[in-house]
Ligand binder design. Structure first.
Ligand code: BEZ
Length: 211
């Protein structure tokens, strides 16, 4: 069954390049990103995993643990890791889960039979410290993901989890945000001491409150 936003991220135990992972226990109190890729030793996936490895410092700064997944074996993952280091300039520094029996792929609905019967599509799940799914996106095998966008979403999710704001189109960390419609003007004045600008009664802009 498809996983919807707000659902508890399914727990599982799976082998990985960092040993066996009990997913919820491994996440602990951190945020998490679980992303699948179709197959080892494929070009787009190689570039994606190199990029995620290069961004490790950015994920750490945000208290996000990252795990990749494909249906191939840990042995294949470990051999491929050498190619990733050689060609992308950064060694794999996060667990790559192996899912030869499709257990995790099925739990997370990562195989879309009308796209490919056996391989996982490029799924991304962002999971909060409460183990609830905060975002899911799906890309086809032919399109590499933009992990700067994934980081941008993490920034928005972490901000909006703690403040009654929403982030506008193309927002980047540090830019103005939107006061949620649920707050009255009086409540917004109390909550946002820097004030807000009402472009329309329903479109109220305020400086990012945690900056
Ligand atoms: C790739 O990662 O390059 C890829 C994987 C499966 C199908 C097409 C491309």
């Amino acid at each position: 069954m498809a996983i919807r936003l707000g659902d508890t991220a399914p727990d599982f135990t799976a082998p990985s390049t960092a040993g066996e992972i009990k997913f919820h226990e491994w996440l602990g109190d951190s945020w998490g990103i679980l992303f699948s890729h179709p197959k080892d030793f494929t070009p787009v996936c190689t570039t994606e995993l190199g990029r995620v490895a290069a961004l490790k410092g950015e994920f750490d700064k945000r208290n996000v643990k990252v795990a990749g997944l494909s249906v191939d074996s840990v042995d294949d993952h470990n051999t491929w890791a050498g190619d990733i280091k050689e060609t992308q300039g950064t060694a794999l520094n996060f667990p790559l889960l192996a899912d030869p029996d499709r257990h995790v792929s099925s739990l997370y609905d990562m195989i879309h039979p009308n796209a490919d019967n056996t391989l996982t599509v490029r799924s991304v799940f962002i999971i909060g410290p409460d183990k609830k799914v905060k975002l899911s996106i799906t890309y086809p095998a032919s399109t590499g993901r933009n992990f700067d966008e994934i980081l941008r979403v993490v920034d928005s999710l972490q901000l909006t989890a703690n403040h009654q704001v929403a982030t506008p189109v193309d927002w980047q960390d540090g830019e103005d945000v939107i006061v949620v419609p649920a707050l009255s003007d009086e409540e917004a004045k109390a909550k946002f001491p820097k004030g807000f600008k009402a472009v329309k009664p329903y479109l109220r802009i305020t400086p990012q409150p945690n900056k």
